[in-house]
Ligand binder design. Structure first.
Ligand code: GYE
Length: 327
């Protein structure tokens, strides 16, 4: 027998014990959005401890204000558990749409599924969730963000050129379990495996944070004083590592060649000053793109399951031109 939602409803109306099945059938559908002039949007931010996050939040708030849409903003302060609770409170407040920047790939899955069950369309912005546990276009509308594997690849490519294929690399990873950390690690590793002179001699998480990056780099560098390069998953950790290098009497850009990701003001200045060799861009200004996707979804348009941000590559040559946009 072909089980459709109608047969389930008929069957349960007929008194058969099918508890839960109707719910499961309804869960097969992606939540729809009614077209409105103005939406109540939930934006669940991860943390606010770095310029990238602040630029992202400002972009979301500016876009909401520009359109006259209501923004329900939460900050999980670095806790995936709090972020799940934040999304639950948005569901309880019956927001029209949820924009979620999931701190880690796995712990935010319940939040995605609960929004779906509540019939609230959810977009992932900036970070992704585990693709084996939730599917874009089915469980949530779309992922809007960068190609982190490509960013890692581009960082590796530029660094390999800069050091003529010979380096002992310390890697500072982003937050453990987050999609940018996982994918930036992968993209870099994939590229250097064809370059045997490029060796990662130590790799540890600095949690995408400046002071953590400084502390972790200091420890790793003490254990590996033969390091000649740093690959850091974000600019904040890079700035922390630079402070540690300088405290150790080393010259960033000479004693250690640095590849970083994001495009903050501080890192852009460090490019200009010759301390950092390359910064692969990761654009935090999601407001216009995310709100536009919501609007189009409300109009009934099909949204691509991945709206990819195009990232540039910055070196000393083009850093000054980019500086006015840096944050
Ligand atoms: O690189 C970092 C931030 O999720 C892509 O998270 C983002 C990363 C970004 O805290 O600076």
């Amino acid at each position: 027998m072909l089980i459709t939602r109608r047969t389930l409803l008929t069957a349960s109306a007929g008194g058969l014990v099918l508890a839960g099945l109707g719910g499961r059938a309804a869960l097969a559908d992606l939540a729809k959005l009614k077209q409105k002039d103005s939406y109540k949007i939930g934006f669940a931010q991860t943390e606010s401890n770095n310029p990238w996050r602040l630029a992202q939040t400002a972009s979301m708030k500016d876009e909401a204000a520009k359109r006259g849409w209501q923004l329900v903003y939460t900050d999980a302060a670095g806790s995936a558990a709090k972020q799940v609770a934040d999304v639950r409170s948005m569901i309880a407040q019956k927001v029209d749409v949820i924009l979620l920047a999931p701190r880690e790939e796995k712990p935010l899955i319940p939040a995605v599924m609960e929004a779906k069950k509540a019939g609230i369309p959810l977009f992932l912005i900036d970070r992704n969730v585990d693709a084996t546990l939730a599917t874009a276009g089915k469980d949530y509308v779309a992922f809007i963000g960068s190609d982190f594997v490509k960013e890692g690849h581009q960082a590796a490519e530029a660094l390999t050129k800069a050091v003529n294929g010979q380096a002992k690399i310390i890697e500072l990873q982003g937050s453990t379990g987050s999609s940018p950390a996982n994918d930036r690690m992968k993209g870099f590793a994939d590229y250097i495996k064809d370059h045997p002179g490029m060796q990662i001699i130590a790799s540890q998480s600095g949690d995408f944070a400046r002071d953590k990056g400084r502390q972790v780099f200091e420890t790793l560098y003490q254990a590996h004083p033969d390091a000649t390069a740093l690959y850091s998953h974000n600019d904040e950790m890079t700035m922390g590592a630079i402070a540690a290098m300088e405290a150790a009497g080393k010259v960033p850009g000479k004693d250690l060649i640095i590849a970083s990701i994001d495009g903050t003001k501080d890192a852009t200045q460090a490019l200009i000053d010759g301390k950092v060799y390359v910064v692969v861009e990761c654009n935090p200004k999601f407001g216009p793109k995310a709100f536009d996707a919501v609007e189009r979804y409300g109009r009934g348009e099909t949204i691509d399951t991945w709206l990819v941000n195009d990232d540039r590559v910055f070196t000393k040559e083009n850093a000054a031109g980019y500086m006015p946009e840096a944050y």
